[in-house]
Design a protein around this ligand. Structure first.
Ligand code: SF4
Length: 315
């Protein structure tokens, strides 16, 4: 399969940087924002304690004390990236960024969009936190701005969602995608490779299922065991094994081959957590993981979409 023309300067997969350059003709950067949200999977509304891998501390800013306003966070992020980016996406990243009354959400998102050179939003959330009022608000923004909704899913298998204590089902995820699909919104899904109990076939089924859905982007990372989490405890007791680098690289390449060529690959590794990191040790060398995935695709002479089957199932 030839590399698709529309990727332009992209790698063997359609990376976010290339996608935004194609779309806007300039360099675009995400500015991470912690707007002080919590998560219903941590505070008892859905469950207590959260997903078994979630460290629950929030951003570095939150750990340092009082959170700066959205405006202050954007101004300081823009200073940091001034030499690299011409336009910005405000990325509401920490915990569940639609978990508040819609008027509060409107005020926070409006504040972000009022900043110079901010051309859109990326909003990280859960499938069970997208009520119809929130979806309408996001669709309204999408008439004027570039909007991504980032949905944590991790796996399409309910047995895995239960094991990691996600507090929602795959059906709830498909319902949320159905509600978001019209109205110019972009959907990005987060998945994890290396969940205990998942076979290679299970991982590929996750990829194939998402490939058949109206999903515009994906973030992939390996499962990380962190100090202070339920998963970290399981790892220390020897109850679970972490995925090897070789297996992660090979499965990630398999997944990329199954995804549609137009799906934007927003991430292929995990970031941060150095101070509480337990395992797998290879995952902290982000550059090496990315280079290894590129080398694997080169070795196979394959690309994202190589084994994508076009006839999409309707939701
Ligand atoms: S949904 Fe996200 S923020 Fe909430 S517990 Fe899970 S990983 Fe943590």
């Amino acid at each position: 399969m030839a590399k698709p023309d529309f990727w332009k300067n992209s790698k063997r997969y359609y990376d976010l940087k290339s996608y935004w350059r194609n779309l806007f003709g300039c360099s675009v950067h995400k500015l991470q924002i912690d707007a002080g949200f919590t998560c219903p999977n941590r505070d008892g509304k859905v469950a207590w304690g959260g997903c078994i891998y979630c460290d629950g501390r929030g951003s570095k800013l939150r750990q340092q004390g009082t959170l700066p306003s959205v405006t202050e966070q954007i101004v300081s992020g823009k200073k940091y990236y001034a030499k690299q980016a011409a336009k910005y996406i405000a990325y509401f990243q920490t915990f569940t960024n639609t978990y508040a009354p819609v008027e509060k959400l409107r005020s926070l998102y409006d504040e972000a969009l009022a900043q110079e050179d901010v051309i859109g939003l990326s909003i990280g959330t859960r499938p069970d936190c997208l009520g119809s009022d929130v979806v309408e608000l996001l669709k309204d923004y999408a008439k004027k701005y570039h909007i991504w909704v980032e949905l944590g899913l991790q796996s399409v298998h309910d047995k895995s969602l239960q094991f990691i204590n996600r507090g929602h089902t795959f059906q709830q995820f498909t319902d949320s995608v159905t509600s978001l699909v019209e109205g110019n919104l972009n959907i990005c899904v987060h998945i994890i490779i290396g969940l205990p109990g998942e076979s290679d076939k299970d991982v590929l089924a996750t990829a194939q299922t998402l490939a058949a859905m109206p999903v515009n982007g994906i973030k992939i990372h390996s499962l990380l065991a962190l100090e202070g989490t339920a998963l970290g405890e399981m790892y220390k007791k020897g109850e679970i094994k972490m995925i090897t680098k070789e297996k992660y690289v090979s499965l990630t390449a398999d997944v990329l081959e199954l995804l549609p060529p137009g799906m934007v690959i927003q991430r292929l590794t995990a970031d941060g957590y150095r101070d509480i990191f337990l395992a797998p040790d290879w995952a902290m060398n982000k550059l090496d993981v990315l280079n290894s995935i590129n080398r694997e695709l080169e070795k196979r002479d394959s690309y994202q979409g190589m084994h994508y089957i076009k006839d999409k199932k309707e939701l």
